[in-house]
Design a binder for this molecule. Structure first.
Ligand SMILES: *Cc1c(COP(=O)(O)O)cnc(C)c1O
Length: 394
């Protein structure tokens, strides 16, 4: 038989990394020494004490059966304690926290919990693609909030018409931001809370990069703002903080009705996270945070090398205070895709076109600091060897 794909599958945009993956594979096959700055996946190892806790917990047969749907109580208690220590936010582990199979899983399921067909979600652009696609899967419509340089890559809430705001049920925000590297301050979060209160909108703050920050800057939690817990949920991940992308462990915290609704969706779809992984997560959150500090130092060094090199090449990106992304403007006359193609074909460097994260990302490419300082130096030499005054060939 011919399987006719559902409309929600047919409407999916072409996978952002598919074309780049194909070109990259071609180059590698031709023997090119490829430097991959394309993926947001840490190249550093998970700290040993976390791996040991997993190994030990995997031996314990008490962990071999189905885990609890909403997560192990001990893990949720650890999450609440971490929130208290890190942000001074007091959470009730049982009603205000939820274990996730990585934060992507929770972000993707949240619209199913709160969006009815035809409902509106306010979604930033450029952005992590999950927000828009998950809204579409739930039958919702998306209103795009462009993230522009002149606004510090924050959404302009004043630019959202009251009729639009009144229709909206959900708003996604993400700081420190992927892909722009931008950060948000208390004033922004206060404005978001007032806006959400006025129009009855649930705010979903994706804080995956809250611990990946530099130069002494420590991002705040959205939930630190008075009233935020009443209108919002915050999503965290152990993926970037502890180099655990493969482990699939994250959590959602905040508004208890939203947490309960997301938990109801999840208990009908998945059966939770392997308890041994949650014990390892407890070791990560409760344990020595020195590995997190050394991770920050490593990315700071890489960032500084790449920024200096790009400045030398005449590109002048902003210096991010957080995330492992450089949001680099393209040379005059080059679109995002022109520049990504040039870098790939002339230097073997893989980057991601800004336009792939949404149309307002045009004019930028995203470079991830996920290779060693040595390889970044090599990338810089190659970029500085390009003649960027020549118009694109495409
Ligand atoms: C990496 C990332 C996540 C984390 O995903 P996990 O599923 O927890 O691995 C979430 N949001 C953004 C914006 C990210 O870049």
């Amino acid at each position: 038989m011919v399987v006719v794909k559902a409309e929600r599958v047919r409407r999916l945009p072409p996978y952002l990394f598919a074309e780049i993956d194909r070109l990259k594979a071609d180059l590698i096959a031709r023997g090119v020494d490829v430097i991959n700055l394309g993926v947001g996946d840490p190249d550093l190892a998970t700290p040993p004490h976390i791996i040991e806790k997993l190994a030990q917990s995997a031996q314990d047969r008490a962990n071999h059966q189905y885990p609890s749907y909403s997560g192990m109580n001990d893990f949720r208690v650890s999450v609440a304690k971490w929130y208290g220590r890190r942000f001074g936010v007091d959470l009730d582990p049982m009603s205000e926290t939820l274990t996730l199979i990585g934060s992507k899983e929770g972000l993707a399921h949240l619209p199913l919990a709160v969006i009815n067909p035809g409902d509106l979600a306010l979604v930033p652009s450029p952005a992590y693609p999950v927000y828009e696609i998950a809204t579409m899967f739930a039958g919702g419509e998306t209103f795009t909030m462009p993230l522009l340089k002149e606004n510090g890559f924050l959404p302009d809430l004043e630019a959202i018409a009251p009729e639009t705001a009144r229709r909206a049920k959900l708003m996604f925000i993400n700081y420190p931001n992927n892909p722009t590297g931008a950060t948000a301050d208390r004033d922004f979060y206060e404005r978001v809370v007032r806006f959400a209160q006025k129009y009855d909108i649930l705010v979903c703050h994706d804080a995956a990069y809250s611990e990946m920050s530099f130069d002494g800057y420590r991002p705040m939690s959205f939930l630190e703002v008075p009233g935020a817990r009443d209108v919002g949920v915050e999503f965290h991940s152990l993926s970037k903080t502890y180099n655990m992308t493969g482990w699939r462990l994250g959590f959602a915290v905040g508004n208890r009705d939203a947490i309960a609704a997301l938990g109801q969706i999840k208990s009908n779809i998945d059966s939770g996270v392997f308890n041994a992984v949650q014990w390892a997560g407890i070791a990560a959150l409760d344990g020595d945070q020195a590995p997190v500090e050394s991770m920050r130092k490593i990315y700071t060094q890489r960032r500084d090398i790449l920024i200096a090199g790009l400045n030398k090449a005449g590109l002048h990106p902003a210096v991010p205070k957080a995330t492992f992304y450089i949001w680099c403007p393209t040379p005059p006359g080059y679109t995002s895709k022109d520049f990504t193609s040039l870098l790939l074909s002339q230097t073997g460097i893989v980057t991601t076109p800004g336009s792939g994260f949404g149309e307002p990302g045009e004019g930028y490419v995203r470079m991830a600091l996920t290779v060693s300082a040595e390889r970044i130096k090599e990338a810089v030499e190659r970029i500085c060897g390009l003649d960027l005054k020549r118009p694109p060939q495409s």
